[in-house]
Design a protein around this ligand. Structure first.
Ligand code: ATR
Length: 264
């Protein structure tokens, strides 16, 4: 039986096992997907287990998406350009780090009546997934990207990867079409982002990377203002679909049953 893992810390709340095991069963594969909380000093041992084919693939989540890079033999273009790895596999005896968060974000706009091209995007947060979002937004030909983060230095670091970002002070609000919450604020039902987002202009989109809870206070605010909203559920499902495809060479189906698996 082949074994797959999501590694992170914390990782208890990850819904990746639920989703991957559902698809494994649907496709009659002899495999299992588990979660494993690890410390940084255990990364090396885990990679060794993939080399020895005791583990056949892994997803990587906070806080290891960047920290794992020195342990890998090769990075895909996507992982290299974002310095972020969420999917690991063995190919020709080499450990490859890949990034499916980019496609996850991009594909979350499938079947949505919303054009991203030429829009002004305001990203709140500078954590592990933000470089993937920026990379995807640039692929989708946005006009401008603003980033703000409580710890400004972390936002400034992103400029090493993407030179044309505008970094704003915490509290500064640009003129935007799309606002993305990429902070962890909202994971707790009472969390509130202390930014004064204005009710100004038409056709804005409020996008939250968080999918559990499905409606954060940030999304409730967007809704109250009459704007479109989107949570992180489809991004999560699409990134998982791409990882699954890498490991099993099967594109698993995304249907209503799959979407309902991820409800809170
Ligand atoms: P990591 O930073 O390890 O990649 P993450 O969950 O991907 O973890 O990112 C957490 C994000 O939420 C960061 O942008 C963080 O801001 P800091 O860099 O200043 O820590 C943001 N965040 C978490 N708690 C916050 C709070 N109370 N107010 C504002 N931003 C917060």
């Amino acid at each position: 039986m082949k074994k797959y893992l999501v590694i992170g810390n914390p990782v208890e709340h990850s819904l990746s096992p639920k989703l991957h095991n559902y698809w494994i069963k649907k496709n009659n594969l002899n495999a299992i997907y588990e979660k494993k909380k690890i410390n940084e000093n255990e990364i090396g041992n885990l990679i060794l287990q993939i080399k020895e084919k005791k583990i056949h693939g892994a997803n990587v989540t906070v806080p290891f998406k960047k920290k794992i890079i020195p342990f890998l033999d090769k990075l895909s273009i996507e992982a290299k350009n974002t310095e972020s790895v969420n999917t690991i596999y063995l190919e020709n005896d080499e450990i490859i780090g890949h990034n499916t968060d980019i496609e996850g974000f991009e594909n979350s706009f499938y079947n949505k009546n919303y054009t991203v091209a030429k829009k002004k995007v305001f990203i709140i947060g500078a954590g592990g997934v933000v470089s993937s979002i920026i990379f995807a937004l640039k692929k989708m030909k946005v006009d401008k990207i603003f980033v703000t983060n409580r710890t400004k230095d972390k936002a400034e670091e992103l400029k090493q990867l993407f030179k044309d970002l505008s970094i704003l002070n915490w509290g500064e609000i640009p003129n935007f079409d799309i606002v993305i919450n990429a902070t962890s604020l909202g994971l707790n039902q009472n969390d509130k982002i202390e930014l004064d987002l204005p009710r100004e202009g038409e056709n804005k989109l409020y996008y939250d990377i968080i999918y559990n809870p499905s409606k954060t206070n940030f999304l409730k605010l967007g809704e109250k203002f009459g704007y479109k909203t989107e949570n992180g559920k489809m991004m999560f499902i699409y990134q998982a679909q791409k990882s699954f495809e890498k490991w099993h060479r099967i594109i698993p189906e995304i249907n209503q049953e799959v979407v309902d698996l991820i409800n809170d």
